[in-house]
Design a protein around this ligand. Structure first.
Ligand code: SAM
Length: 367
């Protein structure tokens, strides 16, 4: 594939294959794993993943890369190349398709000998908007209350096209929607396009069914910021650490990519927590944390009173009750301390549940 790289799609392809091993090691792959790869590009990581996992859904936005990728993996039915924007589809839905297909292959439940998932996906794509080739993959079961946290119901996480009340009738024997009533377990492995790093992390971590583990290549500075300790915390760090335990696996020099980016990268491992780090509703937690980080280098009581429209005295009293020095700065608080601040919030400090959009924008908005 000798196509010119699209800068607008963050195409810095991994050219130094020595960095594949640490990515794969950090992903702790087993042959039964279901993996979602974001942006397979020319397929260098995809190839390595395909050899190690039970099923692989690789989601690529660049239409020029789709056909070459499909041809390359045509002889491996456990690899599904999906033409889509990762941000427009629930990640678990994409993986569910390949899990279902793997089960079908295992049980040899093929009622049509020449029908593959790829053909199914393609045929559905043709019958719908060419820009939304996988819009039929959303299961109505995703709305099941036991699968979807009320705080994760952001309308902007779900493409309106996924909610179509009249999904097209498929000629394929394969059911149209993967059944997500039972939870699925999957991992994400990706060399993320830089321009959507924060959005993609938010999208994954706030998914109704987040991955159990994500190993992603991100800019070195971003990885450092995400893994920061109290004293250097940012809204981005607190947001990610609320949902996952981050760890920098390895620095990767800019020279390992083609075209060469301006900055180094890092392999970042995110181990998703079974429950958020703090026992506070995410909307309350992020209302307080965002208020705390609302003004750079200002003391906590000033930030909270300005952002939440509360009397300074009331905020000072609030922080004292929570056991937090009111002159501290937001970047010094541990997650546990943020939890205490939330628990001690005075009546009226969290006046109305903040809009879901605001909650889900926390990570994306972080500097
Ligand atoms: N995995 C390949 C590698 O390591 O060489 C390519 C990584 S490159 C940094 C990022 C890839 O993500 C590109 O192939 C790009 O086209 C794709 N991409 C960009 N935005 C995307 C999006 N919103 N959804 C899915 N793929 C996207």
């Amino acid at each position: 594939m000798s196509l010119p790289a699209k800068k607008s799609l963050g195409q810095n392809f991994l050219s130094d294959r020595r960095y594949l091993a640490p990515i794969l090691d950090a992903s702790e792959l087993t042959p039964s794993d279901a993996v979602l790869e974001i942006g397979p590009g020319k397929g260098v990581l995809t190839e390595a993943l395909a050899a190690r996992v039970g099923c692989l859904a690789a989601v690529e936005l660049d239409d020029r890369l789709i056909e070459p990728l499909r041809q390359r993996f045509a002889d491996r039915p456990h690899v599904h190349i999906i033409h889509a924007d990762i941000l427009e589809h629930a990640p678990e839905t994409l993986v569910a398709v390949c899990i279902r297909e793997r089960r079908r292959l295992e049980t040899r439940d093929w009622r049509s000998s020449d029908s593959t998932t790829e053909q199914f996906v393609q045929s559905q794509a043709l019958s719908q908007s060419p820009n939304l080739p996988i819009s039929n993959l959303q299961s109505p079961n995703l709305q099941s209350p036991n699968l979807q946290s009320p705080n994760l119901q952001s309308p902007n996480l779900q493409s309106p096209n996924l909610q179509s009340p009249n999904p097209p009738i498929s000629q394929s024997p394969i059911p149209q929607s993967p059944n997500l009533q039972s939870p699925i377990s999957y991992k994400v492995v990706a060399n993320l396009p830089y321009y959507i790093t924060s959005l993609a992390l938010r999208h994954l971590l706030e998914a109704a069914q987040p991955p159990t583990l994500a190993v992603v290549m991100v800019q070195w500075e971003v990885a450092q910021r995400i893994c920061a300790q109290p004293g250097d915390l940012s809204l981005l760090a607190v947001s990610v650490q609320f949902y996952a335990q981050p760890r920098i696996v390895q620095r990767v020099p800019a020279a390992a990519f083609s075209p060469r980016p301006k900055v180094d990268s890092a392999i970042l491992q995110l181990r998703t927590r079974a429950q958020p780090a703090v026992d506070v509703a995410p909307e309350d937690f992020f209302t307080v944390v965002r208020a705390g980080f609302s003004q750079k280098r200002k003391q906590l009581h000033n930030c909270l009173s300005t952002a939440l429209g509360l009397e300074k005295q009331a905020v000072q009293q609030w922080l004292t009750t929570a056991g937090i020095e009111s002159t501290r700065r937001a970047e010094t608080l541990t997650l546990e301390e943020w939890g205490r601040v939330c628990h001690m919030a005075p009546r009226g400090a969290l006046p109305a549940p903040i809009g879901i959009n605001k909650v889900t924008q926390q990570i994306a908005k972080s500097p």
